[in-house]
Ligand binder design. Structure first.
Ligand SMILES: [Zn+2]
Length: 503
């Protein structure tokens, strides 16, 4: 229920997703080898001998791979039907063969015996339980220890930090890492998220942006509503539900009205009081966690934002049917008050349309206007939607970048959102008489990027977004207006037989 908070059991650490562990891409295979070496270096940093370190790393890798093998695929992890599994502490204890004892949940987190938890990955939790034998105990201890070190590796000691940086360089094919000072700033802004966010917004985020971006949201929402009403594959009955969902969508822009740090006290110690970096980070994490646990039975507070305003991101939240445009993304190249209407439509307009379309992708469409899992589709419309979604998957399956194939099913939710977004801004541009070329160019500029092979291999295996170049080309190629504008014909690089369209 969207009116109640949920407590989630976070799945056990698998190191990498199964898509990376079992990838046949040499670049990903190298990465898992560097990772083994990295774990060994962490053990050495914590005082193990060479032999002990090699053994602990090997044991941990074995456990992680076993867990990953039994985990949800990335595609399945986007399916609400598979990830919302409700268990009481006692049931979770049984599912995990006592790996997660109910007594521990009650003592540490004060969970009630009849309280339910959302278990995101059931099979993975079962697999964790399969390791609960006397024989596996020494290996499990190394696994737990190494997971804890990795979680905190950037601030526990310089030797571990250096091991993490060395691994990062090799795994991502980089020539240099972010300087230490910048890394520290990054961590502090993350740990003190909303405290830093408030300062950031005071300093860099003009209040007037909220209203300006709000106007673009209105424009896009209206166009999207019109597109729904004109769909030829959807019945009036389902359209009415879709329109209701669109009309009641919550829009959050910039920063929250209420700052969460005002609700609980954060006790940090200055250096002169004997405070040290790692203790302060852990204290902040603990305070936030305790606050979350203490307030978990309170009615859902919609003024609280899950992400900090300085984050460069926008997202759709199906659980409360909201689009969220954080202050961090409301600056160039995404939004520029100095830019033309065309340019802002092509950039932030597409982002907004993308987030709105997420309410109607293969995952978001399973939630209703209140954020509850409810099937609001007629069976015929649903079947038709699924068929169209398969076309989208097929279209992207045919896409290749630097010899690597895109996974159409894994990226289907994002691709539906990209296609819907570009179709929507194309319509707005036509209605407004905008110069379509500058709209499309602004869109393409959003995704201008350069990356190394190692990054691309990882992205293809482990991301639900297609690589940036595909995110630019594929939705544009699917627009007749784009073809007409640039005179694209059969044989051109951006010509494709298929032109999938859902929204
Ligand atoms: Zn998205």
């Amino acid at each position: 229920m969207s009116s109640k908070e949920g407590t989630y059991q976070i799945p056990a650490d698998t190191g990498f997703s199964k898509e990376v562990w079992f990838s046949d891409d040499p670049s990903n295979q190298n990465r898992t080898e560097y990772f083994t070496e990295y774990l060994k270096q962490l053990c050495l940093a914590s005082g193990y001998s060479e032999e002990e370190a090699a053994k602990a790393a090997e044991q941990t890798i074995r456990i992680m791979k076993l867990l990953a093998e039994n985990s949800l695929s990335l595609e399945d992890s986007m399916n609400p039907e598979l990830i919302y599994n409700f268990y009481t502490p006692a049931e979770l204890e049984e599912l995990s063969s006592k790996a997660i004892p109910a007594r521990m949940l009650q003592e540490i987190f004060e969970l009630e015996t009849d309280e339910t938890l959302v278990v995101i990955d059931v099979k993975l939790t079962e697999a964790l339980g399969s390791l609960m034998t006397e024989e596996q105990l020494p290996a499990l201890k190394e696994y737990v220890k190494l997971c804890a070190i990795r979680d905190n590796v950037l601030y526990i000691d310089m030797e571990s930090y250096k091991a993490a940086m060395d691994y990062q360089l090799k795994a991502m094919g980089l020539e240099e890492n972010m300087p230490f000072e910048e890394q520290v700033v990054e961590i502090v802004q993350y740990v003190l998220g909303f405290q830093c966010g408030r300062l950031y917004c005071w300093q860099y985020f003009p209040e007037v942006t909220i209203g300006e971006v709000g106007e673009i949201v209105k424009l896009v929402t209206e166009a999207f509503g019109k597109r729904i009403s004109e769909l030829d594959w959807m019945s009036e009955e389902t359209k009415a539900e879709a329109e209701k969902k669109l009309e009641t969508m919550t829009v959050r822009i910039g920063y929250p009205d209420n700052w969460p740090q005002d609700r609980y006290e954060l006790m940090l110690a200055a250096p002169e009081e004997g405070g040290i970096y790692v203790d302060n980070i852990l204290a902040a994490a603990r305070a936030s966690m305790e606050y979350t646990m203490e307030t978990r039975h309170d009615p859902v507070d919609k003024t609280l934002w899950p992400d900090t305003p300085q984050t460069v991101n926008a997202y759709y939240m199906p659980q409360d049917n909201s689009i969220n445009l954080l202050a961090g993304i409301l600056m160039p190249p995404f939004y520029d008050p100095e830019a033309s209407e065309e340019e802002n439509l092509g950039s932030i307009g597409t982002v907004i349309a993308h987030e709105i379309t997420h309410a109607f992708d293969t995952s978001g469409s399973q939630f209703d206007e209140n954020g509850n899992l409810r099937d609001w589709w007629t069976p015929e419309d649903k079947a038709q939607f699924q068929r169209l979604a398969e076309e989208v998957a097929d279209y992207y399956d045919a896409m290749e970048i630097d010899g690597r194939k895109v996974n159409g099913s894994q990226t289907v939710t994002e691709n539906i959102a990209d296609l819907g977004a570009v179709a929507c801004i194309t319509q707005i541009a036509a209605e407004k008489g905008y110069d379509l070329k500058s709209v499309y160019e602004a869109y393409a500029n959003l995704w201008a990027s350069k990356c190394r092979e190692e990054y691309l291999a990882d992205q293809i295996a482990a991301d639900v977004h297609a690589p940036e170049k595909i995110r630019t080309n594929a939705p544009l190629s699917a627009q007749q207006d784009f073809r007409d504008l640039y005179g694209i014909t059969n044989g051109d690089g951006m010509y494709h037989e298929m032109m999938p369209k859902i929204w």
